[in-house]
Design a protein around this ligand. Structure first.
Ligand SMILES: [Zn+2]
Length: 100
Protein backbone atom coordinates (compact mmCIF):
# COMPACT_ATOMS: atom_id res chain seq x y z
CA UNK A 1 0.00 0.00 0.00
CA UNK A 2 1.21 3.45 -0.87
CA UNK A 3 0.31 4.94 2.47
CA UNK A 4 2.54 2.51 4.34
CA UNK A 5 5.65 3.62 2.52
CA UNK A 6 5.52 7.21 3.82
CA UNK A 7 8.76 8.21 5.47
CA UNK A 8 8.68 9.09 9.16
CA UNK A 9 9.36 12.81 8.63
CA UNK A 10 6.22 13.03 6.49
CA UNK A 11 4.16 11.36 9.19
CA UNK A 12 5.54 13.84 11.69
CA UNK A 13 4.50 16.73 9.43
CA UNK A 14 1.08 15.16 8.97
CA UNK A 15 0.60 14.90 12.75
CA UNK A 16 1.64 18.50 13.21
CA UNK A 17 -0.75 19.64 10.50
CA UNK A 18 -3.61 17.72 12.11
CA UNK A 19 -2.87 19.43 15.43
CA UNK A 20 -2.73 22.85 13.76
CA UNK A 21 -6.03 22.28 11.96
CA UNK A 22 -7.72 21.32 15.23
CA UNK A 23 -6.32 24.47 16.84
CA UNK A 24 -7.69 26.51 13.95
CA UNK A 25 -11.07 24.80 14.28
CA UNK A 26 -11.10 25.66 17.97
CA UNK A 27 -10.60 29.33 17.21
CA UNK A 28 -12.83 29.53 14.15
CA UNK A 29 -15.94 31.54 14.86
CA UNK A 30 -17.83 30.14 11.91
CA UNK A 31 -18.98 26.55 12.59
CA UNK A 32 -18.81 25.80 8.86
CA UNK A 33 -15.20 26.82 8.79
CA UNK A 34 -14.46 24.75 11.89
CA UNK A 35 -16.08 21.76 10.21
CA UNK A 36 -13.93 22.35 7.14
CA UNK A 37 -10.76 22.28 9.26
CA UNK A 38 -11.84 19.00 10.82
CA UNK A 39 -12.51 17.57 7.37
CA UNK A 40 -9.03 18.54 6.24
CA UNK A 41 -7.45 17.10 9.37
CA UNK A 42 -9.27 13.80 8.84
CA UNK A 43 -8.23 13.70 5.20
CA UNK A 44 -4.60 14.20 6.14
CA UNK A 45 -4.96 11.41 8.69
CA UNK A 46 -6.34 9.09 6.03
CA UNK A 47 -3.82 10.00 3.39
CA UNK A 48 -0.85 9.50 5.67
CA UNK A 49 -2.38 6.69 7.66
CA UNK A 50 -1.98 8.73 10.81
CA UNK A 51 -4.45 8.28 13.64
CA UNK A 52 -6.21 11.30 15.06
CA UNK A 53 -5.15 11.44 18.74
CA UNK A 54 -7.84 10.38 21.17
CA UNK A 55 -8.17 13.78 22.84
CA UNK A 56 -8.75 15.40 19.46
CA UNK A 57 -11.19 12.72 18.39
CA UNK A 58 -13.55 13.83 21.12
CA UNK A 59 -13.60 17.32 19.74
CA UNK A 60 -15.53 16.51 16.62
CA UNK A 61 -18.65 14.56 15.78
CA UNK A 62 -17.87 11.18 14.30
CA UNK A 63 -21.12 11.25 12.36
CA UNK A 64 -21.35 14.69 10.81
CA UNK A 65 -17.84 16.03 11.36
CA UNK A 66 -18.93 19.13 13.29
CA UNK A 67 -16.48 20.65 15.71
CA UNK A 68 -18.02 20.20 19.15
CA UNK A 69 -18.24 23.02 21.64
CA UNK A 70 -19.69 21.81 24.88
CA UNK A 71 -22.48 24.11 25.93
CA UNK A 72 -22.90 25.50 22.41
CA UNK A 73 -23.48 22.75 19.86
CA UNK A 74 -22.82 19.71 22.01
CA UNK A 75 -23.49 18.31 25.45
CA UNK A 76 -21.06 16.37 27.52
CA UNK A 77 -22.09 14.22 30.43
CA UNK A 78 -20.48 11.53 32.56
CA UNK A 79 -22.45 8.68 34.04
CA UNK A 80 -21.27 5.37 35.47
CA UNK A 81 -17.81 5.79 34.00
CA UNK A 82 -19.06 6.53 30.51
CA UNK A 83 -18.72 9.87 28.83
CA UNK A 84 -21.66 10.67 26.60
CA UNK A 85 -21.30 13.36 24.00
CA UNK A 86 -24.35 14.53 22.15
CA UNK A 87 -23.96 16.45 18.93
CA UNK A 88 -26.71 19.01 18.37
CA UNK A 89 -25.97 19.25 14.64
CA UNK A 90 -26.99 15.70 13.81
CA UNK A 91 -28.49 14.63 17.17
CA UNK A 92 -26.24 11.61 17.47
CA UNK A 93 -24.61 10.43 20.66
CA UNK A 94 -21.13 9.10 21.15
CA UNK A 95 -19.95 7.11 24.14
CA UNK A 96 -16.45 6.84 25.46
CA UNK A 97 -15.11 5.13 28.53
CA UNK A 98 -14.24 7.74 31.13
CA UNK A 99 -10.61 8.58 31.78
CA UNK A 100 -9.11 6.56 28.95
ZN1 LIG B 1 -22.98 15.39 14.53
Amino acid sequence: MRSRSKPEYQLKIARERIQILFDEAEHAEDPKLAKRYIELARKIGMRYNVRIPRDLKRKYCRHCGAFLRYGANARHSVRKGVVTIKCFSCQSEMHYPYGK
